[in-house]
Design a protein around this ligand. Structure first.
Ligand code: C2O
Ligand code: CU
Length: 436
C-alpha cells in the first residue's frame, strides 16, 4: 500500500516543492509496542545558545539543548522516540543518519512521512540492531534546520558491553555555530574554545567524533598513539596504531578514535584548531601538545581488508557535476547527477537481495559527501587503488575522484540519496533509490 503524502510534504531539503513521492508501506513498521522499549521524547523548540565567546545564537533545539540529547541505547533495544514540534513556523522530522532503519522510520518528509507541523507529533520505532556511533537530525528544510541545531547523537552500545558506558567513552560533535567550529562533549553546550575531559593514565578512552557540518573536517589527535576503531558506526578490522596523523572526516561521517590515556595530555584538533583536551587529571598541567600535523591518512586503505561481495547484479554510475540544469523549475547552475538536478535525476530501481556496484565520478570542483539512506556501502576502490572494503554511509568524493562502492539491497523501501553538503542537495544533488 503506497499512500501519497500531502500537506507538509516534499520539503525534505528544499522548502516548498510539493508532494514528491509516495509513502512507505505501513507494514514495514516495527510491529507491536514492546513493554521494554527505550522511550525518548524530543521536543523541537526555539532556544538561545550562548557560546563562551559571549555570542548568543537563535537556535532550533531538541528539548532546549543544542545539540539535542545524546540518545544512548543497547543493541537489541526497541527504541521509541516521540517527536513533538513546538517551533513557531517550521516543520520537523527526525532522520537517523547512518542507522539503517526500516524505510517508514527514515524521517524524510515527502518520501516516508509528512513533516510534523507546529503543534504536532510523530513517533518513530526501530530495533537497534547495530552497535556504534550515529546521529539524528531534522530532514525538513534540513540545510537550515541542521545548521541551527536540530540534531543530536545516537550511540548504540554493543549487546556485550557493560550496562553503564565506561568512563573514557565520550561523544564529540563538531559543528559550526556563529562561523566557528565548536566542540560539544557528551551533548554539553558547544564551546568554541577547548572542551576538557580528565582521565587517569591507563584508562581506555574512546572519542566518538561526529561531523555535523556540511564541510569536511580534518581531525587530528596528538600526544598519544591511537586507532580509528570505528568508521560510520562499524568497527574497523585490524585497526593499526597511528601517531600524529590527521584524517578527513566527511560531513555527516563519524570516527571512533581509541587510545590508552598516557601520562601527559592528548589534544583533538579540527582543521588545526584545538577542539578537546584530554588530560590525565590532577597532574601538574603539562604543556598542551601542538595539533597533529602528520600526513593525512587515507581511511579507505586503513585496517585489514574486509570481505566484499564479489558479484555485481547491477551497475550504476553517478557523475557528479555542477552544470546548467532545471533547479526548482528554472534553468540555472545546479549540482547535478548524470547531468540532471532533483527531481529530474532518474531513480535507480533495484531488487531486494541484489548487489549494486556504484561508480561515483566527481567532475565538479567541490567535494561531495555522498549519503545513501537506509544502506551502507563498502568501498572497493578509490581512484583505481583497491580499497579495504570499509563500510561507510557518508563518503567524501573529492574533485576529480572516482570511487567504486558496493551496496547490498537489503532494506526495501523508497530512499533518499544525496550529497550531505546540504547546500548542494538544495541545489539539485539528491535523488531516490527505489525497490521494485
Ligand atoms: Cu544526514 Cu538525508 O541525511
Ligand atoms: Cu555536494
Amino acid at each position: 500500500v503506497w499512500a501519497v503524502t500531502a500537506g507538509w510534504s516534499g520539503g525534505h531539503l528544499h522548502d516548498g516543492h510539493g508532494t514528491s513521492a509516495a509513502g512507505t508501506p505501513v507494514d514495514r513498521l516495527i510491529g507491536p509496542r514492546a513493554e521494554d522499549a527505550r522511550r525518548f521524547t524530543l521536543t523541537a523548540k526555539a532556544a538561545t545558545v550562548r557560546l563562551p565567546s559571549g555570542q548568543s545564537l537563535d537556535a532550533w533545539s531538541f528539548n532546549g539543548q543544542v545539540p539535542g540529547p545524546v540518545l544512548r541505547v543497547r543493541q537489541g533495544d526497541l527504541v521509541e522516540v516521540t517527536l513533538r514540534n513546538e517551533l513557531a513556523d517550521q516543520g520537523v522530522t527526525i532522520h537517523w543518519h547512518g542507522y539503517d532503519v526500516p524505510s517508514g522510520e527514515d524521517g524524510v518528509p515527502g518520501v516516508t512521512q509528512d513533516a510534523v507541523r507546529p503543534g504536532g507529533s510523530h513517533t518513530y520505532r526501530f530495533r537497534a540492531d547495530d552497535a556504534g556511533t550515529y546521529w539524528y537530525h531534522s530532514h525538513q528544510n534540513s540545510s537550515v534546520a541542521v545548521a541551527r541545531g536540530l540534531f543530536g547523537l545516537l550511540v548504540v552500545d554493543s549487546a556485550g558491553a557493560s550496562a553503564t558506558p565506561p568512563a573514557g567513552d565520550h561523544t564529540v560533535a563538531l559543528h559550526t555555530f556563529g562561523g566557528r567550529v565548536t566542540t560539544s562533549l557528551d551533548g554539553a553546550a558547544p564551546t568554541d574554545l577547548l572542551a576538557t575531559s580528565s582521565h587517569r593514565p591507563g584508562t581506555p578512552v574512546r572519542l566518538r567524533v561526529v561531523n555535523t557540518d556540511t564541510l569536511p573536517r580534518t581531525v587530528g589527535l596528538a600526544g598519544v598513539p591511537f586507532t580509528v576503531a570505528a568508521v560510520d558506526g562499524g568497527d574497523v578490522p585490524g585497526a593499526t596504531e597511528l601517531t600524529g596523523r590527521r584524517i578527513r572526516l566527511a560531513a555527516g561521517g563519524r570516527y571512533d578514535l581509541a587510545f590508552t590515556m598516557p601520562d601527559g595530555p592528548v589534544l583533538l584538533s579540527a582543521d588545526g584548531r584545538p577542539g578537546l583536551l584530554v588530560d590525565s587529571g590532577g597532574a601538574p598541567a603539562t604543556a598542551q601538545p601542538p595539533p597533529a600535523s602528520g600526513p593525512l591518512l587515507d581511511i579507505t586503505t586503513y585496517g585489514s581488508p574486509a570481505p566484499v561481495p564479489g558479484r555485481a547484479d547491477r551497475r550504476i554510475t553517478w557523475v557528479l557535476d555542477r552544470t546548467l540544469a532545471m533547479v526548482d523549475g528554472v534553468p540555472k547552475l545546479g549540482y547535478t547527477v548524470n547531468g540532471k538536478a532533483w527531481p529530474h535525476i532518474p531513480t535507480p530501481v533495484v531488487r531486494e537481495g541484489e548487489t549494486i556496484r556504484i561508480t561515483v565520478v566527481n567532475r565538479s570542483g567541490d567535494t561531495h559527501p555522498m549519503h545513501p539512506h537506509g544502506h551502507h556501502v563498502q568501498v572497493l576502490s578509490r581512484n583505481g587503488v583497491p580499497a579495504n572494503g570499509l563500510r561507510m554511509d557518508t563518503f567524501d568524493v573529492e574533485p576529480g575522484e572516482v570511487w567504486e562502492v558496493v551496496l547490498v539491497a537489503d532494506n526495501p523501501g523508497l530512499w533518499m540519496s544525496h550529497c550531505h553538503d546540504l547546500a548542494h542537495a538544495v541545489q539539485g544533488m539528491e535523488f531516490h533509490l527505489a525497490y521494485e
